[in-house]
Design a protein around this ligand. Structure first.
Ligand SMILES: Nc1ncnc2c1ncn2[C@@H]1O[C@H](COP(=O)(O)OP(=O)(O)O)[C@@H](O)[C@H]1O
Ligand SMILES: CC(=O)N[C@@H](CCC(=O)OP(=O)(O)O)C(=O)O
Length: 329
């Protein structure tokens, strides 16, 4: 590895112990291989080389679910991973959730809320709370954690620079059209502001609320749906969804067998059987891989450094959705 100045000779060292029974040599450097005690660290870095090469310059949309934000250590490790991606030459974009945080605040304020078809029924009063918690609390906290590593993160909501435009969404429950209040579905994305931030080396952190062009109201958009739409609009290579389970369980809640890899068509066949929070997540993954994103992954955000494990090692740790092979769908 070279130093910032590009000088590879100035930092050589003669000290240290040798490890194992490998041939050693004197400080002159003749006659064999010298091993430094820190060699395993170098090996770990070198192991990441094929992945660094593969992902260099690629955009990765990381969705950080509210349920995965369980403790301070995990949030700090998440921020380290995202900053690491950025310094490794990738272009990470964070879309965050905050479902449990919104529910807590609504409870505190005595506002009842319920979920239908995996989405929060959102009254205008609840919408004010959603906006305050997502943009004013969760997003600010993540921006703060990322910026402990440098002037990198910039927070936005879908309202900024027309990033996301929404229209009122109605759920389909057993063939019936159900009114969910101020729940929006995305009708347009203008990724210009996010792209400009990426080009400037920043890490955009996005809250999933959007204004409607029809009635001017602000709408609550599920964060998985927003992340998938953004990944497509940015031409991202990867959509990575961090949640509070190991991945997509084959027979939830009866078994904890995780499906490690499936194609778009396989996922499409499974969709009608899925429940609650997994519905928007897997619909988002399907939409992403059907529209140009190379892989969509659901991984366990409760595992420290899960992003690095997923991107830079062979041990994929969750569920990976890939497009159908050419000619099949
Ligand atoms: N097939 C499944 N595999 C895994 N989790 C499932 C499945 N079906 C439903 N779930 C539920 O979906 C939840 C994840 O969605 P959600 O609670 O919205 O998380 P997040 O806040 O990360 O978006 C899991 O904790 C689990 O309770
Ligand atoms: C419409 C809808 O359900 N919006 C979500 C937005 C936050 C979110 O998606 O957070 P998670 O990713 O943590 O679930 C909500 O109000 O909870």
């Amino acid at each position: 590895m070279t130093t910032d100045s590009g000088d590879t000779t100035a930092t050589t060292t003669t000290a240290t112990t040798t490890v194992g029974d490998a041939p050693t040599t004197d400080a002159s450097g003749t006659g064999g291989t010298r091993r430094h005690t820190a060699l395993p660290k170098a090996r770990t870095l070198v192991e990441a080389l094929p992945w660094l090469t593969r992902h260099h310059g690629k955009t990765v949309v990381v969705k950080f679910g509210g349920n995965a934000m369980v403790d301070e250590e995990l949030k700090a490790a998440f921020a380290q991973d995202v900053v690491f991606l950025r310094h490794a030459g990738l272009k990470p974009v964070v879309v965050h959730g905050g479902g449990p945080q919104i529910s807590r605040q609504l409870d505190r304020m005595g506002i009842t809320s319920e979920f239908k078809a995996g989405l929060r029924v959102t009254t205008p009063e609840a919408m004010d709370v959603v906006r305050m918690v997502l943009a004013g609390q969760v997003q600010r906290e993540l921006v703060g954690l990322l910026n402990q590593h440098g002037p990198l993160a910039v927070g936005l909501t879908g309202e900024d620079a027309h990033l996301m435009t929404a229209t009122k969404h109605y759920a389909d429950m057993d063939g019936e059209r159900v009114d969910l209040g101020r729940v929006g579905e995305i009708t347009a994305i203008d990724p210009g502001a996010v792209q400009a931030l990426l080009d400037d080396g920043r890490i955009p952190v996005i809250s999933s609320i959007a204004r409607s062009a029809d009635d001017g109201h602000v709408y609550n958009v599920n964060a998985d749906t927003a992340a998938a739409a953004l990944a497509v609009a940015l031409g991202a290579e990867t959509l990575m969804v961090l949640t509070d389970v190991e991945g997509l369980y084959e027979d939830w809640p009866h078994s904890d067998e995780v499906i490690s890899r499936l194609t778009a068509s396989e996922l499409e066949r499974l969709l009608p059987e899925l429940a609650s929070g997994m519905v928007p997540k897997m619909e988002g993954c399907l939409y992403a891989v059907r529209n140009g994103v190379t892989t969509a992954r659901v991984i366990d955000g409760r595992v420290q450094h899960s992003i690095l494990l997923e991107i830079f090692t062979d041990e994929g740790i969750g569920t990976m959705v890939v497009p159908d092979p050419e000619g099949q769908s």
